[in-house]
Design a protein around this ligand. Structure first.
Ligand code: G6P
Length: 613
């Protein structure tokens, strides 16, 4: 969603800000803006659309040389996509400019109060209300400087925020603060780069600290001071950013999504490294070790997530019941949090999330925790809000995911959930030998994904054949029913083709009416318990004129009798097969989007991390 970058130092801020905005483009946005202080004056430029449009406007103005500034990419929530609504927003009295991620929930009441005080608003945003409030409270002659005014304003606010604020009257000060939305400060030599994610910092410095909720940091060119919104001093711990620059660059690929699909062998290797203990026939997961006793008593598991992560969670539901014999359910976090869920004794809630910042997932986790559940995270971004909120957790370790359409995070989530299910299984019914056998298969996964990726050119050809079709079905059963949902989601996200995923048997209860001459139906038909049943479903589609594309197990000759096109995956136990079956579907979606001429990494209307409910 929205992205934040801010700079204070000795060099012109503009290039830092623009580069940072470009690094954050992947998060999804619809307008961008920047404010630079130069010669005691605030220069604000905004543009609808891409960062490139903003760059053009700045160039037309001759560029800025000021050494302090803030910049933002906005994904519209309050108010339409207009320049007025884009950030930065300013107050009407003191030359204060602010950028903001999150939502100020009580903005309407604050706006009424400020209007009564004579403030005139230009936009419909909650952020402008915050700018005006800081301006209203700013009184340097009475000792309320920018830092104090920000603290005071945030004491009045309910909602979520990550903000960066500058002011004409204090050209040596950048104030940043956080509650609920991520924000970190990169500490360089005589300069600071603030950003909502590490990718906008790492090309300048690898030393950084993360703000905690309710932290306010006053940064000058010679140092910084962290406090709470009540002005209680806080010590910020500087850490080494693990992120490598090459991880957030294309490195020869055309798109991040493509890079991340092909990176899956390496990502899964990193994910499982050191976690499979062959000698003992058990799984080693550092982040859950302290809860070993509690985990052996767990009676129910609730997996909660949104989007692609929910599909991984749904696979988790099958895994936990199969391998650990623990009753499990996967649920949209947005539904779980509001439906008065019954959390019985010995319930484990697992929040699955790439970013660790998805608002609904975070709230569902908090709700379950309050009701007494043990909270666990399956998260990619280290130190993210969900990771910090959980009692225990397992990081994906798949590296940063830049492509908006999630790929390697999905396979990483399924890999972690598989290991967790084995871990729990070993505490119950699973023998060391059974566990060892599955671990051996897990170890094969990276090499097998590589083999599937070698079929890329063929998968592209298959996609080309159906590229003009506007409606697609994705069907699977058992473990690969959620994979079918994921295949459909991938296709619609980036190629804007209408696709529906469902359990193959459900087709007969309505969707079969859609099948007409030439409609593509993608079946996940790998060898497994329900193979024969899937074959019957395939024939039901064929006999009605649908085109069948199958994902089948290598060596399955029969499938060619029924499917017009086949994409093969190597043989693997069914419970691990989603990690393979999803790969051809990811590649199909990728090629469909490219063939249709869409911007794969910046799909319309989508955000990488959805931090509003
Ligand atoms: C957004 C992204 C999806 C992602 C979902 C959940 O919708 O576009 O790719 O699956 O959020 O995100 P999370 O970070 O919680 O996995």
């Amino acid at each position: 969603m929205c992205g934040i970058v801010a700079y204070i130092g000795a060099k012109p801020a503009q290039s830092y800000l623009i580069e940072g905005l470009k690094r954050l483009e992947y998060r999804g946005y619809d307008s961008a803006g920047l404010a630079v202080l130069e010669g005691g004056k605030l220069n604000v430029v905004k543009a609808v659309g891409r960062v490139a449009n903003l760059e053009d406007k700045i160039e037309d103005l001759g560029g800025f040389r000021g050494t302090i500034g803030i910049a933002h990419t906005r994904w519209a929530t309050h108010g339409g996509v207009t320049e007025f609504n884009a950030h930065p927003h300013t107050d009407d009295r003191n030359g204060i400019a602010i950028i903001h991620n999150g939502i100020i929930e009580n903005y309407a009441a604050l706006k009424t109060y400020l209007e009564e005080k004579g403030h005139k608003f230009q936009s419909q945003t909650d952020t402008e209300v915050l700018a005006m409030l800081i301006g209203e409270l700013y009184a340097p002659q009475e000792g309320v400087d920018l830092e104090a005014a920000v603290q005071a304003a945030l004491r009045e606010v309910t909602g979520a925020y990550a903000i960066a604020v500058i002011c004409e009257k204090e050209p040596d000060v950048l104030v940043v603060a956080r509650k609920g939305s991520p924000l970190m400060v990169g500490v360089g030599a005589g300069e600071y780069v603030v950003a909502s994610d590490a990718s906008a910092i790492v090309s300048h410095t690898t030393q950084a600290f993360v703000l905690d909720d309710y932290n306010v940091v006053k940064i000058t060119r010679s140092g910084f001071r962290t406090s709470t919104i009540h002005n209680v001093p806080v010590t910020s711990k500087i850490m080494q950013l693990e992120l490598e620059l090459q991880e957030i660059e294309l490195g020869g690929f055309s798109h991040f999504m493509q890079k991340e699909i092909f990176e899956q062998p390496k990502a899964i290797s990193n994910c499982i490294r050191g976690r499979l203990n062959m000698d003992e026939g058990r799984i080693h997961l550092g982040g859950v070790g302290n809860f070993s006793k509690e985990l052996s008593k767990i009676k129910n598991i609730v997996l909660t997530a949104q989007g692609t992560a929910l599909h991984a969670a749904m696979i988790g539901e099958y895994l936990f019941e199969d391998l650990a014999k623990v009753s499990s359910v996967a649920e949209y976090a947005s539904e779980f949090r509001y439906r008065n869920p019954i959390v019985e004794e010995n319930t484990l809630v697992i929040a699955v999330s790439q970013s660790g910042e998805t608002a609904d997932t975070l709230a569902a986790l908090q709700e379950a925790k309050e009701r007494g559940a043990l909270a666990m995270g399956v998260v990619n971004v280290v130190g993210s809000s969900i990771a910090r909120e959980t009692d225990a957790g397992v990081y994906l370790r798949v590296g940063p995911e830049i492509g908006v359409a999630s790929t390697k995070a999905f396979t990483g989530q399924v890999a972690v959930l598989s290991m967790l299910a084995m871990y729990m299984g070993r505490k119950r019914f699973m023998s060391a030998d059974q566990c060892r056998d599955l671990m051996k298969d897990m170890e094969r996964i990276p090499g097998l994904i590589e083999r599937i990726c070698e079929q890329d050119a063929r998968i592209k050809k298959v996609t080309e054949k159906y590229i003009h079709r506007e409606n697609w079905l994705f069907l699977g059963r058992g473990y690969n029913y959620p994979t079918a949902l994921e295949g459909a989601l991938k296709l619609k996200e980036i190629s804007y083709i209408h696709a529906e995923g469902m359990p193959a048997a459900e087709m007969k209860h309505g969707p079969i009416a859609l099948i007409n001459d030439g409609m593509p139906a993608v079946f996940i038909a790998n060898k497994g318990r329900q193979y024969e049943k899937v074959m019957s479903n395939i024939q039901e589609v064929r006999s009605r004129g649908g085109h069948v594309i199958a994902v089948a197990t290598e060596g399955d000759k029969d499938i060619t009798k029924y499917a017009e096109d086949v994409m093969y995956i190597p043989e693997i136990p069914e419970c691990l097969s989603p990690m393979l079956a999803v790969v051809p579907l990811q590649l199909m979606a990728y090629h469909a989007a490219v063939l249709r001429g869409h911007d794969v990494d910046k799909p319309r209307n989508l955000a990488k991390s959805v931090t509003v409910e």
